[in-house]
Design a protein around this ligand. Structure first.
Ligand code: ADP
Ligand code: ZN
Ligand code: MG
Length: 482
């Protein structure tokens, strides 16, 4: 029997704020353990939480970026459980009355239009961190760092609309791009700013009813998400195949073992005894304010992609690639304007520029090539001053030195040779040194022409105008002059 995976994600995104959600402690990553704590985020008796307006703003931005309905009033509840990294004994989270519900993400994946519904977006505080190794007594002790305790999070819950592990991973990538573009999250998964729990079940292909789901906790990379889901889909399918049943439980991804392991079953599930936090009044949002947050939202990747396609005639694939990165898109648009040739600008950026950024491991903002200089380079090619192959060398020099292309072409005498007189000698030489290719051409194997063009290009260090070389060679071959 063939089984269909059904997947829903619960994503935790740290909201970009300077200070924590209910106190003034810094949220900066990497500080010495327990250096960013106070009575509120340590859960000391009598300390009162005060809601951070910036966190609310970013949570609302998140919700509107995901096309959710933002509720006029939402309620902070206490989610009670005991854990060493949770000093209060409860986590403040929105439960029954969340900030926002009923959104969606629409995007293209694998050439097809997709829509993943968003169940809810709510605000909550992060817990501290248990550290199990790296300290002198780690053998017998767990260390606790409360710097994360009280960091503001948006929890984003999708409907079970994803149908394959790879699709889930790509959706998560999409979501990351949206959050980055909205300016609410830094997308840094290694630092834990963005992580997800994956819910997965399988059902016989064609069946309507959902299978029993398993939740895989705390996946902090796209690869782990996909691998954990792959493993789990395989495990559940095999179980059902054998006539077994899947039990509802929470599992963990064992990176080293490449498998998921059971953490707790439904019977062991916590009873969180949620109740409204008596120290925090309902969060009531002014609808004009919500509207202004929506207005202030920058262009998001999907909209930008559509615009790049419409304004610059880019194919969807290219537009999607550029649109994913706001810096890259702005660079592209400026370069396209400077070049007067959007296709060429896109090709350069996705080719040589992207390659260079990748090898240097830097963003486009750090590149020595500017939109203006790339535009100038493209103009030199389009105007026939230099050939494409010379342009590639000039680009490398621009990227290494930051000098403008005109100066490099000028200083190194790289201007294209398009003059028939000047090229005559090289053309004659190519013909006389390659009688075999000449013979082939004359017996109808016109592909030999390319080889001869290549010889002339090489002899002129790429400076010959290939179109002129082509014409000269053809003329000579067809008239029999050599
Ligand atoms: P719970 O009651 O266990 O909290 P929810 O309905 O709130 O479940 O959903 C939690 C997450 O699990 C959501 O992301 C949702 O899409 C996903 N989910 C729910 N049911 C299933 C299922 N049968 N298979 C896969 N994912 C599911
Ligand atoms: Zn604090
Ligand atoms: Mg639920």
């Amino acid at each position: 029997m063939s089984f269909e995976p059904v997947i829903g994600l619960e994503v935790h995104a740290q909201l970009l704020t300077e200070t924590k959600i209910f106190c003034g402690c810094s949220t900066a990553f990497g500080a010495p353990p327990n250096s960013q704590v106070c009575p509120v985020c340590l859960g000391l008796p009598g300390a009162l939480p005060v809601l951070n307006e910036r966190a609310v703003e970013h949570a609302v931005r998140t919700a509107v970026a995901l096309e959710c309905t933002v509720h006029r009033a939402s309620i902070f509840a206490r989610k009670n459980y005991f854990y060493p990294d949770l000093p209060k004994g409860y986590q403040i989270s929105q439960y029954e009355e969340p900030l926002a519900t009923d959104g969606h993400v629409e995007y293209f994946d694998d050439g097809a239009a997709r829509r993943v519904r968003i169940m809810r977006v709510h605000m909550e505080e992060d817990a501290g961190k248990s550290i199990h190794d790296g300290f002198p007594d780690s053998g017998g002790k767990t260390y606790l760092d409360f710097n994360r305790s009280g960091v503001p999070l948006a929890e984003i819950v999708t409907q079970p609309d994803l149908r394959a592990p790879s699709e889930a991973a790509r959706f998560f990538q999409r979501l990351r791009r949206i959050l980055l573009a909205a300016g609410v999250n830094d997308g840094n998964m290694e630092e834990g700013s963005l992580r997800c729990d994956a819910n997965v079940s399988v059902r016989p292909r064609g069946a309507e009813a959902l299978g029993v789901k398993v939740e895989i906790k705390n996946l902090n990379s796209f690869r782990f998400l996909e691998r954990a889901l792959d493993y789990e889909v395989g495990r559940q399918s095999a179980l059902l195949e054998r006539g077994g049943t899947v039990v509802q439980e929470t599992r963990l991804w064992d990176v080293a073992g490449g498998r998921t392991v059971s953490m707790r079953s439904k019977e062991e599930a916590h009873d969180y005894r949620y109740f409204p936090d008596p120290d925090l009044p309902p969060l009531v949002l002014d609808s004009d304010w919500v509207a202004s947050v929506r207005e202030g939202l920058p262009e998001l990747p999907e909209a930008r992609k559509q615009r790049l396609m419409a304004d610059h005639g880019l194919p969807e694939r290219d537009a999607a690639l550029l649109a994913d990165d706001p810096d890259l898109s702005s660079f592209f648009e400026a370069a396209a304007a400077a070049a007067g040739n959007a296709r060429a600008a896109a090709n350069w950026i996705m080719g040589a520029v992207a390659h260079r950024m990748k090898t240097l491991g830097v963003g486009i903002a750090a590149a020595k090539v500017t939109p203006a200089s790339l535009g100038a380079l493209i103009r030199l090619v389009d105007g026939g001053t230099i050939s494409n192959s010379v342009a590639r060398d000039v680009f490398e020099k621009m990227a290494a030195t930051g000098r403008p292309p005109e100066a490099i072409v000028e200083a190194e005498g790289l201007s294209q040779i398009g003059d028939a007189e000047e090229l005559g000698a090289a053309v004659r030489k190519a013909l006389s040194e390659n009688p075999a290719a000449v013979g082939k051409y004359r017996t109808g194997k016109t592909g030999a022409l390319g080889f001869l063009v290549g010889q002339v290009m090489r002899a002129t260090r790429g400076q010959a105008n290939p179109r002129v070389v082509n014409e000269l060679l053809k003329e000579a071959l067809e008239t029999g002059e050599e």
